[in-house]
Design a protein around this ligand. Structure first.
Ligand code: TPP
Ligand code: MG
Length: 789
């Protein structure tokens, strides 16, 4: 359907305003803001200009309230300008663009006030987030939770160089496997990256690749002016010239202007009668307007392209654009971080009929009646339902999760047992859990859960082995009610899926409690995506197993050393490494509650670093004090006496070595204590926050958990720390009260062997712990040693 002229006129005026406001926001931050001294703050005037028309078409006309968008990070000024016109962003925040508490450099769900759907920043991740959010919407719908809410389209505005990010292709493949729907990716095909120009003919590669994966591809190359010119006599020749012009040349001519285009056209196709007349009829300015009228800058073309889609299959729009269109550096290959000078801006301002001092006024310089534009904005479909950030009720979680105990177990096994128990019941908690694993479902003990709860797919698909009555331990039936999402091996996909599932309460208004499993070393493979999920406050639980060198014969390449430090350092993620399954059951209960906590600085995601090592389990009553110690990060497994000479503080799978060592040391040293550290992360965070609040003299002068635990120790008591991970994880314990520390752990990896071999090799066995304790204490050598096996 042709677009009405009145609507087109308003949309085009607003798109011009968006281009102005986004450029002005950046200019203001660099040149006008008090203390701005030019080129300090930066911004992306050229990258933003690229998307001004496309995003105006979307937000002012095409988007529905249920649609969700990931905006290319460096187009943040365009996003903020649009929200400002809608009245969702303040002038003050725009004036403080890129400043403390101002509008963010890249759209941020957590730090911006103008209803960002998905944060972006690290390119590629926001793009994949839209794909997985669409799968999550399908999941919510298939489980009957969409009620009467319409399905939203998940839309990404993608830079063409952003498409180099491998995670996009990994996501594409996963989307194909799951019958992706309702996803639009709009590629801003300006043929420029940060440094340079993209390869010729890239669009053909995109086109065949997307079609290959079942996407519709819509190429929006020529704007209305161009199409009209092509219909004139000689137009064909002009079109052929445009199609054959290399990217670099086209960009350079856009930068140089109409006269340069004329010279090249005259030289190359100027002797062909009709086309010469076509060119000759236009002034230099008109010629430039024609040649820069690529599809992505033409409101009509974009609206028509978007509105032509009448199905829910995924669509890739390849919209031709010019980086920096309309600005003095349009098309220049160095324009990525380029800023207009004060003189250039003054000239452009005057050309736009914007009076000095009126730069922030919403409709300044536009020919249309402001009241009409205001009404048009208020009426935009996107704006209709008000605030689009949803909430969901908190799901009840019991204090401690049940499991079927055994005298000896690994924490990985315990994790499977806890989930199995949940799967057997009919709690709301179990109904809201969604699991996913990158092809390690079975080897991370999720099998029992999946057997009971099934795999998710929109269409039923029975396990062929089962229907053929071939005995198999695992039931691999797919159905719309399934609660496990099977993923391929790509760990980036796992974490972006966690990011999408973990925002379901805010996006779909339905709470999901996502649980991921993977091998611990591969956290590093998906780390940027995990960081991204945490940054946008998605809530998930990740069980990483096996871990450390304790995975022993599993292979040296799979040993993880740095992950405990990642767990401590990752903002928004509470990291735990329990030794025993009763601890794990407490932590998982706490974790499902933590994942649902809201409010400033409240709640977050949870990382469980688990092990395949079978360990004798303590027979004990889980008191509330013990429970609190476990979730705060540590408790005394053996309380130190008054004259304590040495303490062993251990984490995770090395518990048997620590217990054995304490028994042997106890015969030669007085009152020794054994500290079980279940979370170096929580312990450390509690310590730093207590110190900070004491320094700030806020509230009470309270002591942190670790300060209280270590308070009774005599000054000269030594602490030996031991963890199957980097020793720095626990080495800081000495700073809490000024005790000397010997920190044991792993600093080199790659050697395979038995657990005993490797613990001895890395100096983490009972004898190494004893040696360390001896070096910290005076007195006769410890008499008893562990016998060599
Ligand atoms: C993972 C990651 N690597 C590098 C960057 C730095 N960076 C920001 S934009 C950009 C190039 C963008 O080119 P393109 O996607 O074509 O966007 P355009 O500016 O042309 O619109 C780069 C390298 C980043 N943000 N994220
Ligand atoms: Mg580009």
């Amino acid at each position: 359907m042709p677009i009405e002229p009145a609507r087109l006129e308003k949309l085009s005026a607003l798109a011009r305003k968006v281009l102005w406001l986004s450029s002005w926001t950046i200019h203001h931050a660099n040149h006008i803001r008090p203390n701005a001294d030019g080129l300090k703050v930066g911004g992306h005037q050229a990258s933003s200009a690229s998307l001004a028309t496309i995003m105006s078409a979307l937000y002012f006309s095409v988007l529905k309230p249920e649609d969700r968008v990931a905006v290319k990070p460096h187009a943040s000024p365009v996003f903020h300008a649009i929200q400002y016109l809608f009245g969702h962003q303040t002038r003050e925040k725009l004036e403080n663009f890129r400043a403390f508490k101002g509008a963010q450099s890249y759209p941020s769900r957590t730090k911006d006030v103008d209803d960002v759907d998905f944060s972006t920043g690290s390119v590629g991740l926001g793009v994949a987030q839209t794909l997985f959010s669409s799968l999550v919407q399908d999941y919510v719908k298939a489980h009957g939770w969409m009620k009467d809410r319409p399905e939203g389209r998940m839309i990404a505005l993608v830079g063409d160089a952003e498409m180099d990010e491998g995670n996009i292709f990994e996501a594409l493949l996963e989307g194909w496997k799951h019958g992706l729907r309702n996803t639009w990716w709009v590629v801003d095909y300006n043929r420029q990256s940060l440094d340079a120009l993209v390869r010729e003919g890239l669009w053909e590669k995109f086109e065949s690749m997307f079609r290959n994966f079942g996407w519709e591809v819509v190429i929006v190359k020529y704007g209305r002016l161009m199409q009209a010119a092509f219909a004139e006599p000689g137009g064909e020749a002009l079109r052929d010239w445009i199609d054959a012009c290399p990217n670099a040349m086209y960009a350079a001519l856009c930068f140089q202007g109409g006269a340069a285009f004329r010279k090249h056209l005259d030289d190359e196709i100027g002797d062909q009668g009709a086309v010469s007349q076509l060119i000759g009829r236009r002034s230099d300015d008109e010629l430039l307007a024609l040649m820069s009228n690529l599809g992505g800058h033409d409101m009509t073309s974009m609206i028509e392209a978007f509105e032509s889609i009448d199905h829910d299959r995924p669509v890739c729009f390849i919209a031709y654009t010019i980086k920096g269109v309309g600005l003095p550096f349009q098309g220049h290959k160095d324009n990525h971080a380029g800023l207009m000078t004060v003189t250039q801006m003054e000239k452009w301002r005057a050309a736009q009929n914007i009076r000095a001092g009126h730069e922030w006024e919403k409709f300044e310089g536009l020919a249309q009646d402001p009241a009409v534009l205001e009404a048009f904005l208020a009426d935009a479909p996107f704006n209709r339902d008000g605030r689009r950030r949803l909430t969901a009720a908190v799901i009840d979680v019991p204090e401690r999760l049940a499991f079927k105990p055994s005298p000896a177990m690994s924490t990985q096994q315990g994790f499977g047992l806890v989930l199995n128990e949940l799967a057997r019941g009919d709690s709301e908690l179990a109904a809201r859990i969604v699991t996913a694993s990158p092809d390690v479902t079975v080897s991370t003990n999720l099998g029992a859960w999946v057997n009971r709860r099934g795999l998710f797919a929109r269409a039923e698909k029975a396990d062929l082995f089962r229907s053929e009555k071939i005995p198999s331990t695992f039931n691999w039936d797919f159905s719309p009610k399934g609660q496990h999402i099977e993923l391929g091996i790509a760990e980036m996909n796992l974490f972006i899926l966690m990011s999408a599932l973990g925002l379901s309460h805010a996006i779909n208004g339905e709470r999901l409690l996502p649980v991921a499993t993977l091998y611990d070393p591969f956290i590093q493979r998906g780390l940027d995506a995990m960081n991204y999920a945490c940054y946008q406050d998605a809530r998930f639980m990740v069980a990483a197993t096996p871990s450390g060198i304790t995975l022993a014969p599993e292979g040296g390449a799979h040993q993880s050393i740095a992950t405990p430090l990642i767990g401590m350092a990752q903002d928004g993620l509470a990291a735990f490494e329990p030794a025993f399954v009763d601890e794990l059951s407490v932590i998982m209960g706490w974790g499902f509650r933590h994942m649902q906590r809201e409010g400033a600085g409240e709640g977050g995601s949870v990382y469980l670093r688990l092990s395949t090592r079978t360990v004798d389990q303590p027979q004990r009553i889980m008191t509330s004090e013990l429970q609190r110690g476990i979730t705060d990060g540590a408790y005394w497994l053996r309380k130190p006496g008054e004259n304590c000479e040495a303490v062993i503080a251990y984490t995770g799978a090395v518990a048997p070595e620590a217990i054995e060592a304490i028994g042997l040391i106890g015969e030669s040293r007085r009152d020794v204590g054994l500290l079980a550290v279940t979370s170096a992360d929580r312990l450390h965070a509690g310590w730093t926050s207590a110190r900070k609040s004491r320094r700030d003299r806020r509230g009470t002068q309270h002591l942190s958990h670790i300060e209280k635990l270590l308070a009774p120790l005599p000054r000269d008591c030594g602490i030996v720390t031991v963890i199957d991970g980097h020793p720095a994880t626990l080495g800081w314990l000495g700073s809490v009260r000024g005790h000397r520390v010997e920190a044991l752990g792993v600093e080199h990896f790659g050697q395979t062997g038995s657990i005993d071999d490797l613990y001895r090799h890395h100096g983490m066995d009972a004898n190494a712990i004893i040696d360390a304790a001896e070096s910290l204490t005076s007195g006769a050598p410890v008499r008893h040693r562990k016998m060599a096996v």
